[in-house]
Structure formats: structure tokens, C-alpha cells
Design a protein around this ligand. Structure first.
Ligand SMILES: Nc1ncnc2c1ncn2[C@@H]1O[C@H](COP(=O)(O)OP(=O)(O)OP(=O)(O)O)[C@@H](O)[C@H]1O
Length: 559
């Protein structure tokens, strides 16, 4: 028994601590309220400024007569748009004919040129014919190149319009002028160089986007260039390749920002955005920001400077940082990839089908301890996020992790919806690009037929989670610890053991410390122990936009 005086002293110390804690909390709340009030005032100021800006942007900068097609038009230029109305001569009968006018937003215009009459083979000079505006038109999710010709043979008139338009286009600050391009020549059907030359380079040239190109020679080449090259002059990075190349460059960008900021513990948002020209076999990341696998759409999003913040994850094992990425799959997804990687000599679609069918045939659960911290879905801006993160970090220690353990066929953590033409609403339709959290989808042990039913529902994008063995959560961190009894076996061992009975009921003892395959953004990572995944809200900026559904292709026929 302790001395009563000491106990009293202890009690009063405890009361004092509690009081201090309460006053700390009050101070924190007060500070937060003050910050919110300041932000509100700021918002009102911003609204007024926006209204003034809108009024100014709609005042007419130039007005002139041009021919569009064969008809003369009255053309007006403001800071944001070009509008034209046909000039209709008065009819002797006095009939009123309503002229058809048109509009083109300058945000969709990516280049302007003086149009001239030139003979065959003539490279320069020539009589002025007018101004040509190169713009993008939307067709569903696809962006297509289009041209508007404004004809007027007066050189002076044309140059005034050309110079003003050029100046207005330079005002779009998010549009890149100089980009570093990485091309993976080995991606998918080895068409990346051709795709870039045919579809992207001409558009970049037209839009005066200068480029510095590296054709990668091996895995990790882009990462080593990114760690050392001077980034000062660039406005963006462009990756021409599949998901593996994209993952390598996203990881490289964040790592480089972290090194530059000398912040070994905390990830740092890179200053440069990344543009993706899809040239892989699934292109999940590019589909998630463009909705289509189309190099022209991708190039136009980059040229027009459409920016989208995107959540990322960091992966850790035993307290050691492994990499940054968007998604991780344990169990089925990891095993499929490990099998596919062993058959690299097969064409990619055949390899995938083989791995899928083989993994389904040998479907087996793995025994995991699965812990997660619930995430708060948020669409807040960067500074609000930073404040949230600081508060979250404080409360994380106090908050209890939810812990489950048991047999799982598959566990996926995805910070982006992972759209693809085969799964238009995405593997994780329950998350979005920048909601500050990730989707955790855990599929417990069940029969092969029920598991296939669950997989098949992804392509129709409905009901894939309506199974008692599937659980989904919104998370900000996940910890997965494989337990020892069942698990992954090497292909050779597996083939030898094929005669030994039903694999689903024949648990295999995984040796202590043996690695299990983990699919991180389509890349195979072998980890022998616990994996910790943290979500970092809006850590990277990609060229593109928020897309909720990708254009679909015929679904996979192998299951
Ligand atoms: N010249 C090269 N030779 C071999 N591998 C390379 C080369 N350049 C880059 N790589 C690596 O190839 C890996 C796969 O690249 P990528 O994802 O672009 O192609 P893919 O696997 O065919 O496409 P997908 O992931 O869509 O199936 C990446 O990890 C990248 O680092």
C-alpha cells in the first residue's frame, strides 16, 4: 500500500495534468476557430476578386470581321473566349433571320498560328490568309484535336489578332513549356517510342512544348536519372509506358522532392506534375485520370495543363521504407502477378490469362493479421490537409487500430479507383483520386465459385461487395502481418505437389521469413514480414482530371 500523503500528491498531480490537457485542448480549439474565421474572411475577399475578374475577363479586347468557312462573321475576343456571329445582310422583304453564333473557350485552345498561302515545297513567307486556332474538342472522355480558321487577308489585322491570342494563351500558367520525357521502349508491345513519335510529339511541337527525352534502358533507369538530374527548368515530367513505368516515376518524383527538402521521415509533394502517355497493357493510372487509353487525349490534357491532385501511399516493412505507390494487392492479386512474371516469355495477354486461370485453379487462402486505421473522406485543400494531418498524427497514437485476423483470399488497398477498360468503374469504386483516404477490400475465405462470382461482378461494376465474405473500409493506414500456417509456394514446388490433392484443403507451411508476393501497382515486390501502408492525401499532381468511369472494352473471357 502506498503512503496516503503520496497518494494525495499523486492525485493532485493527476488532476493538474488533466487540467493542463483540458486547457491545451481548449487552446487548440480556439486556434482552429480563429484560423477558420480568417479563412472565411479570405474566402469573401476571394469571391469579390473573382467577381471583378469575371467582369474584366468579359470585356471585349478585339472585334473584327473574318470569314469562317465562306461566310463573313463578326468576331469578338475577350480574355476567356472567342465568339462569332454571321453577318446577315438585310433582306428587302424585311424578314428576320436569327444568325447562328459560335463560341470557343480559350482554355481549350492550345496553339495559334498565322495561316499563309504557300506553294508546294515553300517553307516560309507566303501571303497572309488569316489566323488558325488549334483547339481540343471533347467526345465523351476523349479529347480530339480540332482547328478553327479565321480568314482575313489583311496582314496587319491578322498579326494584331495573332499577337493578342498568343499573349492570352501564355497567361495559362499551368500549361507546360518544357518537359522531361521518359519513354520505356520495352512497354507492352514495344510501341512506346512509336506512340510518342506519331501521336504526341507533333502535338507538343504545335503547342511549343519543348522536350528533353530519355529512352530508358533498364528497370530503375528513370529513377536513377530522376534522383540526379537538374529539374529547375522543367514544368512537368512525362512518362510514356505502362503502369510499371508510371509507378517508378511517381515514386521517383516524391523521393526526389523528399531528398531536395531534406525530409527523410515525411513525404514531400513534388513541385512538378507528371503526365502519362499510356503505352502499357492495362494503364490503370492513366485510365483513372483520363478515362480512356488514348495518347492524344493524354497529350492534350498535358498541353492544356489540366492538373489533378492524387492521393498516394507509402509502403514500409519492419520500419524500413520500401516505396511510394497507389495500390497493393496481397493474396490472389500478388500470386497472379508472381505467376505471370515467371512466364515473361509469353505475350502479355496470354501471360495474364494463364496466371489468372492457374491461380484460380490453385486458389488458397492466406492467414493474415489485418489492422487498419479508419480514414476520413475529405476534399479539403492542401493547407487544410496539412493541418488535418498534424491533428491526425497526434490522435493516431490515441486512436485504436481495428484488428482482424483469419484466412483471406485477397486483400487490396487502393488510394485511387484503379479504372481500366475491363473494369470501367474501377477495382476500388469506393474511393476517389483525392479524397484523402484509401479503399481496403478484404475478401475472406470462400469457395472458388463464390470467389469467381465476386470477381465477375467487377466488370459489370455492381454488387461485387455484396457478399458476406467481402468487407470494405475507408482507411488512412493499414498494417498486414502474414501468419505462418498457410501461404504462397513457389511454382516449381507447386507443380510437383499438384498430384498431392486438393490445394484449398491442403495447407502449406510457409517457412519462417519466406517472402510472399505483393503486387504494388502491377510490380512484384517480395516482402517477408509485416507491411505498413500509409495514405498521403494529394501527395502528387498528375495531368488529367477526376474521372468516375472509364470507357469500357469487351470484358475478359477467361473466367
Ligand atoms: N529498356 C527497358 N528494358 C526493360 N525494362 C525496362 C526498360 N525501361 C524500363 N523498364 C522497366 O519495365 C517495367 C515495366 O514497364 P511498363 O509498365 O511500362 O510496361 P508493361 O509491364 O509492359 O506494361 P503494363 O504494366 O501496363 O503491363 C518498369 O518497371 C520499368 O522500370
Amino acid at each position: 500500500m502506498s503512503d496516503p500523503e503520496e497518494q494525495l500528491r499523486g492525485d493532485s498531480n493527476e488532476k493538474k495534468k488533466k487540467k493542463e490537457k483540458r486547457s491545451d485542448k481548449k487552446k487548440k480549439k480556439k486556434k482552429q476557430k480563429e484560423e477558420e474565421e480568417e479563412e472565411e474572411e479570405g474566402d469573401q475577399g476571394e469571391q469579390q476578386q473573382a467577381a471583378e475578374k469575371e467582369q474584366h475577363s468579359e470585356s471585349v479586347l478585339l472585334r473584327g470581321i473574318f470569314k469562317l468557312g465562306k461566310k463573313s462573321h463578326d468576331v469578338l475576343l475577350t480574355q476567356t473566349r472567342l465568339t462569332w456571329t454571321p453577318i446577315v445582310p438585310e433582306t428587302p422583304t424585311g424578314e428576320v433571320c436569327v444568325p447562328q453564333s459560335g463560341v470557343l473557350l480559350l482554355q481549350d485552345v492550345f496553339a495559334v498560328k498565322v495561316k499563309r498561302r504557300r506553294g508546294a515545297g515553300q517553307q516560309s513567307g507566303g501571303a497572309v490568309l488569316g489566323v488558325s486556332l488549334f483547339c481540343c474538342r471533347r467526345r465523351g472522355r476523349r479529347l480530339e484535336e480540332d482547328t478553327l480558321h479565321l480568314h482575313n487577308a489583311s496582314a496587319e489585322h491578322t498579326h494584331t489578332w495573332f499577337n493578342t491570342l498568343k499573349e492570352l494563351l501564355t497567361g495559362f500558367s499551368s500549361r507546360p513549356r518544357y518537359v522531361k520525357v521518359f519513354i520505356n521502349p520495352s512497354s507492352h508491345k514495344k510501341e512506346a517510342v512509336h506512340i510518342y513519335r506519331e501521336h504526341v510529339a507533333p502535338l507538343f511541337k504545335m503547342a511549343d512544348v519543348r522536350t528533353e527525352i530519355t529512352v530508358t534502358e533498364r528497370k530503375g533507369h528513370a529513377l536513377s536519372v530522376m534522383k540526379e538530374c537538374k529539374l529547375d527548368g522543367y514544368d512537368g515530367i512525362v512518362c510514356v509506358g505502362g503502369d510499371g513505368s508510371v509507378a517508378e516515376l511517381c515514386h521517383a518524383l516524391v523521393l526526389r522532392a523528399q531528398l531536395d527538402a531534406d525530409s527523410p521521415k515525411n513525404p514531400v509533394k513534388p513541385a512538378l506534375p507528371l503526365g502519362i502517355i499510356p503505352a502499357g497493357s492495362t494503364d490503370v493510372v492513366s485510365c483513372s485520370v483520363y478515362g480512356v487509353r488514348d495518347p492524344v487525349t493524354a497529350a492534350l490534357h498535358i498541353i492544356l495543363g489540366h492538373l489533378q491532385d492524387v492521393d498516394m501511399c507509402s509502403f514500409w516493412s519492419h520500419g524500413q521504407f520500401v516505396r511510394f505507390g497507389f495500390s497493393a494487392m496481397f493474396g490472389f492479386g500478388g500470386q497472379c502477378l508472381a505467376r505471370a512474371e515467371k512466364k515473361r516469355w509469353m505475350p502479355s495477354s496470354q501471360r495474364r490469362e494463364y496466371a489468372l486461370v492457374k491461380t484460380l485453379a490453385r486458389l488458397r487462402p492466406e492467414d493474415y493479421q489485418l489492422c487498419f486505421l479508419p480514414g476520413k473522406t475529405s476534399t479539403r485543400n492542401q493547407s487544410e490537409h496539412r493541418r488535418d494531418q498534424a491533428l491526425n498524427a497526434e490522435s493516431e497514437a490515441e486512436e485504436s487500430w481495428t484488428t482482424n485476423q483469419g484466412l483471406y483470399l485477397s486483400i487490396s488497398i487502393m488510394s485511387i479507383p484503379c479504372l481500366s477498360p475491363h473494369v470501367p468503374r474501377g477495382l476500388a469504386p469506393n474511393t476517389s483520386l483525392a479524397n484523402g483516404s484509401a479503399a481496403l477490400i478484404a475478401v475472406g475465405n470462400t469457395s472458388r465459385s463464390e470467389f469467381i462470382k465476386h470477381l465477375k461482378r467487377y466488370s459489370s461494376s455492381s454488387g461485387q461487395f455484396n457478399f458476406s465474405f467481402v468487407e470494405t473500409h475507408t482507411v488512412s493506414a493499414v498494417r498486414i502481418r502474414p501468419r505462418s500456417v498457410t501461404g504462397w509456394v513457389e511454382e516449381e514446388e507447386e507443380e510437383e505437389s499438384e498430384e498431392e490433392g486438393n490445394p484449398r484443403t491442403t495447407p502449406i507451411i510457409r517457412s519462417e521469413g519466406a517472402a510472399f508476393p505483393l503486387n504494388v501497382d502491377g510490380e512484384l515486390v517480395e516482402i517477408a514480414s509485416e507491411v505498413l501502408i500509409r495514405v498521403h492525401p494529394r501527395l502528387i499532381t498528375l495531368y488529367g482530371e477526376d474521372v468516375d468511369e472509364a470507357d469500357s472494352l469487351a470484358s475478359c473471357s477467361c473466367i
